[in-house]
Design a protein around this ligand. Sequence first.
Ligand code: THU
Length: 161
Amino acid sequence: MNELKIETIIRIYPTINDLDDAAKELMQKAQAVLPEAYAPYSHFNVGAALRLNNGKVVTGTNQENASFPLGLCAERIAVAAAASLYPNADLTMIAITIKNFNKPTTTPVSPCGTCRQVLLEKENQAQKPIRILLKSEGPEIYEVARVSDLLPLSFAGDIIA
Ligand code: THU
């Protein structure tokens, strides 16, 4: 029997000041939009900021609904906004952070499976890695080099035809 071993490397930065300037600025923008989340049901605010290869930054926050499954994650809101505003631009980096009003949360929070799949589509479109930066209420920041590292054995469009 053969085995396939899948490894993901996560870089850990002690604080936001240990990031390079572009990454630091992006995480600050994700933090800045946290109050704009509409999360009256979960009380869990998520902020996302995307950097595009045209130099623009586009942010998103989670937007919930009384009909719970209709709520949208911050990451997918940001991706859809970026694609609508700048259809020809590629994503190069995403910063994600949270404020949890239910309990203190210090471990960096990573995107849900659906958002990973949506981000993977953008990475495949760009044919370049999208850097992922993750933070929560603690000082530490995790960096994953590319979306495909967060979604091994993923389903991608090239298999279809
Ligand atoms: N949420 C996000 O915005 N992004 C994620 O990757 C995970 C979860 C939101 C959805 C919901 O509004 C709240 O966080 C709690 O699940």
